[in-house]
Design a protein around this ligand. Structure first.
Ligand code: ADP
Ligand code: MG
Length: 250
């Protein structure tokens, strides 16, 4: 069997300030098999972004061990086998969309033709624009283009659809699903939106409120293209019964 795409064992993260210590994560363990679409689902403030930052090597855990694609998060990031989209797109404002994406590439590949990627994400018209000229939906697609440009084996997404209107969110959801399927990339997506997770994921990892730990795992075997609203509503109601602190009824 191949190594898990992500393997977290006993991860804790504590933020310390002069006045107090916030335990964001407490003994979090889970593993993500290669190839699937896993969603980490938990209430706002429970530590989801913190967990993704650990995976993406942006913060080191206070305790525990993590491997990413069979190596350390730092090594995975250096090897550009990891693509990530965080809530704040953080595009360089003085660079065009095209340059923002190209700068993610290793020097030897900076000359790559990005045309197909921009076309795939419906960004052909946006290539010469600057970040401040983009709508929120476009900005998210550029952030996704940056993550995909490196041809990652693992794509890490932090609430990619948050604050988008319904139509824009639905469109981006389809783009993400198609981009992941065509590449066979492993996806780890964080969200507090149950519906979003039930529409996109084939596996859910449920997190408790702070200090966050894993309280359950669920498989969603129904094919993604065949998940009518009634099915989503019934799964959601079932999850709300079983994980009341994590999933609300409404
Ligand atoms: P989520 O993404 O689930 O909404 P976060 O991971 O952003 O949650 O935050 C989890 C908790 O850790 C929150 O209480 C937040 O205030 C705290 N936190 C996050 N980052 C820091 C930081 N750099 N310093 C201090 N506290 C932090
Ligand atoms: Mg967050």
């Amino acid at each position: 069997m191949s190594a898990p795409a992500v393997d977290c064992r006993g991860i804790s993260v504590r933020f310390m300030s002069e006045r107090r210590t916030v335990t964001a994560l407490e003994d979090v363990s889970f593993s993500v098999e290669p190839g699937g679409f896993t969603s980490l689902l938990g209430p706002s403030g429970c530590g989801k972004s913190t967990l993704l930052r650990v995976v993406a090597d942006l913060i080191a855990p206070s305790e525990g061990h993590i491997s990413v694609l069979g190596t350390s998060p730092a090594e995975a990031r250096r090897g550009r086998s990891l693509g990530f989209v965080f809530q704040d797109a953080a595009l360089l404002p003085w660079r065009t969309v095209e340059d923002n994406v190209r700068l993610m590439l290793p020097p030897a590949r900076r000359g790559t033709d990005l045309g197909p990627l921009f076309a795939e994400l419906d960004l052909a018209e946006a290539r010469t624009r600057f970040p401040q000229e983009l709508s929120l939906g476009m900005e998210r697609r550029v952030a996704l283009a940056r993550a995909l440009a490196v041809e990652p084996d693992l794509l890490v997404l932090d609430e990619p659809l948050v604050s988008l209107d319904d139509m824009t969110a639905a469109r981006l959801r389809r783009l993400i699903a198609a981009a992941a399927a065509v590449r066979g990339v492993t996806v780890l997506m964080v969200t507090h939106n149950v519906r979003e997770a039930l529409e996109m994921a084939d596996r859910l990892i449920l997190l408790a409120p702070r200090p966050t730990r894993v309280i359950g795992e669920e498989r969603l075997d129904r094919p993604r293209g065949d998940r009518p609203a009634v099915w989503i509503d019934s799964i959601r109601a079932d999850l709300a019964r079983r994980y009341p602190g994590t999933i609300s009824e409404d």
